[in-house]
Design a protein around this ligand. Structure first.
Ligand code: G6P
Ligand code: FE2
Length: 205
């Protein structure tokens, strides 16, 4: 059904350019792809009108997203903000509750995680690995003045659920502050449907 497994190989990971060699799928997300995610919708539309720049690029290794394989990719998030909020990924949960590891390659970012009730975050720098446990949605933001790059390694059967983050949020936002950045929790919390989504995914077996 899912075809042959991948043959052994080595890939070059270029922390200075975000390149992966050999590469598989390359995807780009522009400001206009991130509508509805930043708090300041008017600032986002202005920036879309002023050139709609690429916010991040993901270069994947040639490993398919199927059960048993372990895909990996390098994400480069450009430096920038929409209003006070730092450039960030769309963010997703894994419909199959599977973990993931991020490893910092260059620049400085925040890995934000959310389980429908609790917000956790860690700073990722070169040489730092962040662990995303099964059942936690995740998003990264570039909190520095240069591109932020990280390697991600995850189970091929994990999948990507973007809708739960688009609808339920991440419980917090990464914004500029006098100290550089801060992670500000959002008031109110998620509704019962969102909390139930995560609760189901955090039960083992
Ligand atoms: O998928 P996004 O939320 O847009 O995040 C961007 C990318 O970050 C990491 O590299 C993940 O492993 C990728 O699966 C993801 O696509
Ligand atoms: Fe993921």
């Amino acid at each position: 059904m899912s075809g042959d497994l991948v043959r052994p190989f080595a890939a070059g990971i270029d922390g200075a350019s975000g390149g992966v060699d050999p590469a598989g799928v390359v995807s780009e997300r522009r400001l206009s792809d991130l509508r509805g995610l930043f708090r300041d919708a008017a600032a986002l539309e202005r920036a879309v009108g002023e050139g709609d720049e690429v916010v991040y690029r993901v270069v994947a290794a040639p490993v398919p997203e199927v059960e048993g394989e372990v895909p990996f990719s390098v994400t480069t998030i450009e430096a920038g903000r929409v209003g006070d909020e730092f450039y960030m990924t769309r963010g997703h949960a894994h419909p199959e509750p599977q973990g993931e590891v991020y490893f910092g390659l260059s620049g400085r970012g925040v890995l934000l995680m959310y389980d429908g009730e609790e917000v956790r975050w860690v700073e990722i720098r070169p040489g730092v690995a962040g662990y995303i446990p099964p059942g936690w949605a995740h998003r990264t933001a570039n909190v520095g003045g240069e591109p932020f790059r990280f390697l991600a390694v995850y189970p091929g059967s994990a999948g990507h659920d973007y809708a739960i983050v688009a609808e339920g949020g991440m419980g917090a936002r990464v914004v500029r502050s006098a100290a550089g950045y801060e992670v500000v929790e959002e008031p109110g919390g998620a509704g019962p449907a969102v909390r139930e989504y995560y609760r189901r995914r955090k039960k083992r077996g």
